[in-house]
Design a protein around this ligand. Sequence first.
Ligand code: FAD
Length: 577
Amino acid sequence: RAKRQAWNVCSTLTTERPPTTDTSEEKPAAPTKELPVYHSGTSKPRVVVLGSGWGAMSFLKSLPRDAAESIDLTLISPRNYFLYTPLLPAVATGTVEERSIVEPVRRVLKKKGKYFEAICNDIDPVERSLVACFPPEAGLDEACFKVPYDMLVLAVGSSNNTFGIKGVEDHCFFFRSITNANELRRRVSECFERAALPQSTSEERKKLLSFVVVGGGPTGVEVAAELHDMVRDDLVKVYPDLIKDVRIRVIELMDHVLSTYDRAISDYTANEFSRGAIELVLNSRVAGVRKGEVDVINTTTNTTEVIPFGACVWSTGVAMHPLIKKLQGKLPGGTQTHFRSIVTDEYLRVIGSEGTIFSIGDAATIAQGKALAKAKDLFWEADKDGNGVLSLGELRDMLRAHSREYSHFAEHARFLDGKYGASRWGGMVASAVSRGKKPVDAVVGELTEDTALEEDQFRDLLEKIDRGLRALPATAQVAKQQGEFLAALLGKGAVRQGSQIPADAKPFKYSHKGSLAYVGSDKAVMDVPTVGPIFGWGAGLMWKGFETYSQISFRNIFLVSLDWIRTKIFGRDISRV
Ligand code: FAD
């Protein structure tokens, strides 16, 4: 009886199989500790959401009230708040305060379900249960428990991509969390204070005040821009003697930064940076990092330069989350082979999970297999002359015509546009493709003006395109739309019907609204479909307005607005508290 009581950790935690008899003689040692199992005590379908980021919060916020009432919802995440990542670079320099861009999970969840602060470290897709533990970093006793589910929503995001380069983990600052932003803010301040000491030599000062950002994507560009603003607006007043030694460098593999944006935007950013004294180290890759030094190889000249630094920020894209990797291995063989994320169908159901696991955001990639089944129809629809041969133009028209249905077709159509004349859009995508987006390049890039595909060849091409599985970009925009989609699916009764997709539900379709980035000195760049590139002060104002208005709650909108005003009037708080 005493044993049984010990297992009932609290009223809501019960063991699935409480030990009733002592079996130690038959089994000498229990291989694993049996964990308490969480049951809410209702008979409603159990929906468990992992994560409290963009995907999960968008799902929660959009979940219709009646859908929430008809399920037993549990949210598990080691982070008990939502973080508005686009303003993280502004937090690193004190332009915006950290509290302004976070919102407690419990406030978003309200009465829709239960929240546990825990990290899921294992999923059993056969038993339909998971194991979660109170985060060990908290310094309290470890507490693990099991949660059975009928439907699981994976919204655990991604992890840092170091490309296995030596020294990155130990000597660089990653840039994904509030802790990361605070660490950088602290380090910059430490570097200036150390450089200001009387015994600091000129060489030491130059090293301490050298700030390196690896990765010229939107995050890297924004971190460099925010750092530059802080130096120009605030640090110059308190360390006037040191400013001449400050260098901010962005290391980028391609020949220009913001490579997924319109080329005009990349050129504008490069121009702005050169005027503001941010140096772009282009066509360069990092070969290794040591304490205070990074080895950079110029891929054009094949020469190596050693760049000393006081702080080095690593922002080179995302890699697969370890939990996703573990789950991949547990799903039926051959169903999960993607290198970055878990593959779902067009309703965001993880392939191989029998419709019980859904995945959204950075953790997910949508498989596009339906076009293949329709290949014959598509072929004959596209073959305008009816001669059984598809010309390049006909192929392009087909890709365009069906780009809404199969979102990856849109990119291929634009690639062809770019390769064989046509629109600005096409040119932009083509240049992005030629700079490394291999799947599109490899599959469609082989086509020539004389391309004439017969039905079999056409099917073969579609198969290659489908196998290329172009993942949607790892952005908040995608995660948010997927969260909304999933909430609507539940609203239509997907869980009540045992994960059957309701007949009136349409597949998920991503709608790209545009891309923004802050480039410093109150200026920004915007790449908006159908409108085109916008940059300068006006874009800066729109960027600020957008990032303020898009906060998750009115409280955050208010706090962020106050931060912009505070920074303009009083400058940034550069103290290290
Ligand atoms: P996340 O938002 O990363 O959330 C993952 C959640 O899962 C977190 O709450 C985490 O604590 C939790 N979690 C992790 N592991 C576990 C586990 N084992 N068990 C349970 N929970 C777990 N995108 C844009 O569209 N526009 C931008 O301007 C933009 N700017 C960005 C700036 C920065 C600095 C960064 C880092 C990213 C930016 N992004 C931007 C990208 C965007 O933040 C991500 O694409 C988005 O957060 C992905 O959402 P998600 O829900 O998949 O994952």
